[in-house]
Write a protein of this length. Structure first.
Length: 179
């Protein structure tokens, strides 16, 4: 439950924990989401589960959250329905209780894999989004922004052609600002 600008969380019979409630996060560009070293130019994975494991490990590095917690959150979200949105793009995402800001990570797969996408096409462009539990509408706004950028055919083509972290980051942050 919310109490002022804090969330009260019961820990036990007589223990409570107060955490700040995340209210508004202004997302102007993907640069605001991408942490340093959060772009993977050629991720090797054979299947969806392996991709999620790799993303969870790298997400843990950039967010400070537990790899296992991230992986379980991503698996739970995928059980609700695939985050493969079509055109070779997937946006796995989830909310974590100990996170205090939105965190993004982009990976271009070395080889496309089956991701149970809406259009049945294999996926090779993936943007992981991790959000605080209280992110609410900001989480949805960030997802919409990511989808708008990655579904732009011209940007997606350039992302597929880029081979290094700097080029990918530039495409995601500079070119995508106009999308």
């Amino acid at each position: 439950m919310k109490f002022g600008s804090y969330r009260v969380r019961a820990l036990g019979a007589s223990e409570v924990q107060l955490r700040p409630v995340v209210t508004e996060i202004n997302i102007m560009s993907l640069n605001d989401l991408l942490a340093a070293h959060a772009v993977v130019p050629a991720l090797k994975a054979r299947n969806k589960k392996q991709v999620l494991q790799e993303l969870a490990a790298r997400g843990a590095e950039v967010s400070g959250s537990s790899e296992r917690e991230i992986f379980e959150t991503l698996l739970q979200r995928e059980r609700l329905g695939s985050t493969g949105i079509g055109r070779g793009v997937a946006i796995p995402h989830g909310k974590l209780p100990k996170l205090d800001h939105l965190v993004g990570l982009f990976a271009r797969l070395e080889k496309p894999i089956d991701f149970d996408s809406l259009d049945g096409e294999p996926v090779d462009l993936i943007f992981l989004l991790l959000a605080p539990e209280g992110a609410g509408a900001d989480h949805l706004k960030a997802l919409a922004r990511i989808a708008r950028v990655l579904r732009d055919d011209k940007i997606a083509e350039q992302l597929r052609a880029a081979r290094d972290e700097q080029a990918l980051r530039a495409l995601l942050t500079e070119r995508a600002a106009a999308a």
